[in-house]
Design a protein around this ligand. Structure first.
Ligand code: SF4
Ligand code: SF4
Length: 429
C-alpha cells in the first residue's frame, strides 16, 4: 500500500510498543485453524467480487484476502512451519507501524465482518473471522477508529455504550409513559430477561415498547435489568476481546441471578453473533440460559399460536442481516413471520445467506467511513428498487439505522421497517 490512509490511535504507547502489542495478540490467535486458513489461499480472487466494498469501488485494496496481509505476514514470521528459516534469511519482515496504521482503514472502514467472502471462498477460509482476529491486535496496539475507541471506553465504564445502568429505570419509565406500555425493570425474579440495543434506549424506543407490548400480551414474567441490559457488543466490533466477553457475561450472569431461563436479544445482528454463537465458544460450559434473537422468539410464538397477527397484505422485500442470517443461520424464521403478516415476498436479487450487507456494523459508527458506506448503500437501494415491493423490512436495528442514514442522504423515500414493529402494530385481538 502506498497511498496515505486515515487512521486514529489511542493511548501513550510508543511506536515499537504498538507493533509489539499487535504482534503478541496476533500470535495468541495462531492456532491450528488460523494456520490452516492462512496457508490455504490459492489466490483465486473469488472473494473480491463477494465483497461489496470491492464491488462498488473496483479498488484492489478492498479485496478481502488483501485485508489479511499483515496478519499473514505476522503468521509467517512467528508461527508458520518455516518461521525460523524465514526469519534467519530475513524473508519474513514484521509489519511496520506505518503498515498497521494504513491497515486500519481496511480492517475497520471497509469491512463489516459480514462473511460474504467467507461463504464464497472455495477453500473455506473464514476471512471475516480472520479480520476479526486482526482487529484484536489493532485494539491492543491502540489503533482503532476514534469513535469506536470512545464507545469502547463508555462500555467499559457503564456496561453499555448508551447509558450507565443506574439510569436504566428512568429511561424505561420515560419510554413506558411515552408509549403507554408497562416495561418492568430490576425485578428480582423473572422467567425472561429482555435486553436492548443502544438505539432502543434513545431514538428508537418504539422498538422497546413494542417488545414490551408483545410480552405483556403473552403474560410472561419478564424484566429488563440494570446489571445486564445492552446486548449490542462494541467489543465484538472494535476488537476488544476482553470487553466482548465481559459484556456478554453480564447478560448471562444477570439472567442466572434472576432465575431467567431465556435471554431475549433485541433486533441486533452483532448481539446475536456475540451472545448466541461466540459465547458458546468461550463460556467453558453449556450456556445456562437459552439465548434467543427477537426474530426467533416471534417465529416460535406465532407458530405456537400464542401471538396472533392480522394480515397486512401487499408486497414486501427483506434485507437479511448478515450476523443473523448468513453467520447466524436464521434465514427461514423472518420469512415465516412475514408470511404470517400476509406479505407477498419479493426477494432481493441477492438474498438469504448470499444477501449483501447494509454497510453497517461497526462501520456505521465510524464517521470517516461515511462516503464509502454510502456507495455500498446505493447497491442495496438498487436491489430494493428492482423488487418493486411496497414494504422494505429488516430484523436488525443497526441495519435499519444504516439504511435510514443512507436513505436520508440519497433522499430515497423508502423507509426500512422493523419486523418486530410490524408484528406489534398488527397484533390480533
Ligand atoms: S467480511 Fe464482508 S465486508 Fe469484510 S471483506 Fe468479507 S465481504 Fe468484505
Ligand atoms: S476466495 Fe479464498 S482462496 Fe480465493 S483469493 Fe479469496 S481467500 Fe484466497
Amino acid at each position: 500500500m502506498s497511498v496515505a490512509a486515515p487512521y486514529d490511535q489511542q493511548g501513550e504507547l510508543d511506536d515499537p510498543a504498538r507493533v509489539a502489542a499487535a504482534m503478541r495478540r496476533f500470535a495468541d490467535g495462531f492456532g491450528r485453524t488460523v494456520a490452516l486458513h492462512l496457508e490455504s489461499c490459492v489466490r483465486c480472487g473469488s472473494c473480491a467480487q463477494a465483497c461489496h466494498f470491492h464491488r462498488v469501488t473496483g479498488d484492489a485494496k478492498y479485496t478481502p484476502v488483501h485485508k489479511l496481509e499483515p496478519l499473514r505476514r505476522a503468521y509467517q514470521r512467528q508461527a508458520s512451519p518455516l518461521a525460523p528459516l524465514l526469519r534467519a534469511l530475513g524473508l519474513a519482515r514484521a509489519p511496520t507501524i506505518d503498515e498497521l496504521r494504513r491497515w486500519q482503514e481496511l480492517l475497520y472502514d471497509s469491512c463489516n465482518l459480514c462473511g460474504r467472502c467467507t461463504l464464497i471462498c472455495p477453500m473455506g477460509i473464514d476471512i471475516a473471522e480472520l479480520v476479526k482476529q486482526a482487529r484484536h491486535g489493532m485494539h491492543d496496539a491502540g489503533l482503532v477508529p476514534q469513535r469506536l475507541g470512545l464507545m469502547d471506553r463508555a462500555a467499559r465504564h457503564w456496561g453499555s455504550t448508551a447509558t450507565p445502568g443506574e439510569d436504566l429505570p428512568d429511561i424505561l419509565a420515560e419510554a413506558s409513559a411515552q408509549h403507554g406500555v408497562a416495561i418492568p425493570c430490576d425485578l428480582e425474579r423473572a422467567d425472561l430477561l429482555v435486553t436492548a440495543a443502544p438505539a432502543e434506549l434513545t431514538e428508537h424506543t418504539k422498538a422497546l415498547a413494542d417488545a414490551a407490548r408483545i410480552l405483556n400480551r403473552l403474560g410472561v414474567r419478564w424484566t429488563m435489568h440494570r446489571d445486564g441490559f445492552d446486548a449490542s457488543n462494541i467489543g465484538f466490533n472494535e476488537g476488544d476481546l476482553e470487553l466482548q466477553e465481559r459484556l456478554t457475561r453480564s447478560l448471562i450472569d444477570t439472567a442466572v441471578k434472576i432465575g431467567a431461563k431465556t435471554l431475549l436479544l433485541p433486533e441486533c445482528g452483532h448481539a446475536y453473533g456475540a451472545a448466541r454463537w461466540e459465547a458458546a465458544r468461550w463460556y467453558g460450559a453449556e450456556l445456562p440460559v437459552r439465548i434467543l434473537h427477537m426474530t426467533e422468539f416471534l417465529d416460535e410464538e406465532i407458530a405456537a399460536g400464542r401471538i396472533r397477527v392480522r394480515k397486512v397484505g401487499g408486497s414486501a422485500t427483506f434485507h437479511d442481516p448478515c450476523q443473523i442470517v448468513r453467520r447466524g443461520g436464521l434465514e427461514a424464521a423472518a420469512r415465516r413471520v412475514l408470511a404470517a403478516l400476509g406479505f407477498e415476498l419479493h426477494e432481493l436479487p441477492d438474498h438469504g445467506v448470499t444477501g449483501i450487507c447494509c454497510g453497517g456494523g461497526g462501520v456505521v459508527s465510524n464517521l470517516r467511513a461515511a462516503p464509502l458506506r454510502q456507495r455500498v448503500f446505493e447497491l442495496k437501494r438498487a436491489q430494493v428498487d428492482a423488487t418493486g415491493a411496497e414494504h422494505f423490512v429488516t430484523s436488525c436495528g443497526q441495519c435499519r439505522i444504516t439504511l435510514e442514514m443512507g436513505a436520508r442522504q440519497a433522499q430515497w423515500r423508502t423507509a426500512p421497517e422493523s419486523l418486530l414493529e410490524l408484528v406489534a402494530d398488527n397484533l390480533a385481538d
